[in-house]
Design a binder for this molecule. Structure first.
Ligand code: G3P
Ligand code: CA
Length: 302
């Protein structure tokens, strides 16, 4: 009996060790080929979520620069609008979490916003990555971001809470036009627009059907979607973005089978990154683009 229990124990320990090994790279894994179009289903995208926001204050030029240095394919930008109609990069509608002031961004003018300190909160909360320069970080306007990074970078722009800002879509397209991003010679996928708000994406599509769109979803439980809904999304978007914890392999396969890209947000753990790559997701939003870069490089070398 003792012998049997010992053997059972060894069997369980070995079995556990095997299931805990890192996910192997399999035939579904997309090996990144930088010659492929950014929108190719054979190109895996490293999307620097709010910049390299694990290392620098989110949505600041400093965070975006770091994301670029860490091999992010895209600068991810959340858009809000000031009282006087200027598009600025900020995740929350309220400035309290990421600046030294309180209140709604739509109650502030651009002059007010320019005075905000958008970096000290990060230094206080992230002692390991704190830098004196972050204390001077500002909330950038979309214009300033394009002026800083130009056509060298790729942008993954989220229309946030457009219910609050009736002319947000028009302003965004005007700004893209002003900076030359709507010209025919601009490589496909240089600018992607994403939103949870289907109507806003459909409006963009009506105004300019060449801009690639990503329909965002947030599932509270396991992700589920009908073929009919996927076909509807396909009529205006090139793919979907989904919170990664809700994803299953079967869901990813269903989306891919409908010729849609699928980008998972927000993944900071390398084991999860590997697993999702194996399932066939075509891109990942991460606060740590350097970590995702390593995972992509590792996949190339297997
Ligand atoms: O845009 C994808 C992901 O960023 C959506 O979540 O809340 O970080 O904007 P959130
Ligand atoms: Ca976002």
């Amino acid at each position: 009996m003792k012998k049997f229990l010992l053997l059972l124990f060894i069997f369980i320990v070995i079995g556990y060790g095997c299931t805990n090994k890192q996910a192997p790279i399999n035939e579904k894994t997309i090996i990144n080929d930088e010659n492929e179009s950014l929108l190719s289903p054979n190109r895996f995208l490293n999307i620097a979520h709010r910049g390299a926001s694990g290392y620098a204050p989110e949505h600041t030029i400093e965070s975006y620069e770091l994301g670029e240095r860490m091999h992010g394919d895209y600068i991810e930008i959340d858009l809000q609008m000031t009282k006087d109609g200027v598009l600025v990069a900020m995740h929350d509608m309220d400035v309290s979490r990421t600046t030294d002031h309180k209140g709604s961004i739509k109650e502030l003018t651009i002059d007010d916003v320019e005075k905000l300190d958008a970096g000290s909160w990060f230094n206080e909360m992230n002692k390991d990555y704190a830098q004196p320069a972050f204390a001077n970080a500002k909330v950038p306007t979309l214009d300033e971001i394009f002026e800083t990074f130009g056509h060298e970078s790729n942008y993954y722009i989220e229309i946030k809470t457009p219910e609050e800002y009736p002319n947000m879509v028009d302003e965004l397209l005007k700004t893209l036009e002003k900076h030359g991003f709507l010209r025919d010679d601009v490589p496909e996928g240089k600018v992607i627009i994403q939103s949870f708000h289907a109507e806003s994406l459909q409006k963009v599509h009506q105004l300019n059907e060449n801009i690639p769109l990503i329909q965002l979803y947030r599932f509270d439980r396991t992700a589920a979607i009908s073929e009919k809904e996927l076909q509807k999304v396909r009529s205006y978007a090139v793919g979907i973005g989904v919170n990664y914890k809700s994803l299953t392999k079967r869901f990813v396969e269903k989306v891919r089978a409908n010729d849609l890209l699928i980008h998972a947000y927000t993944v900071n753990d390398e084991k999860e990154m590997r697993k999702l790559m194996n399932w066939g997701v075509t891109g990942i939003f991460t606060d740590y683009p350097d970590v995702l870069h390593e995972v992509i490089e590792e996949a190339k070398n297997i």
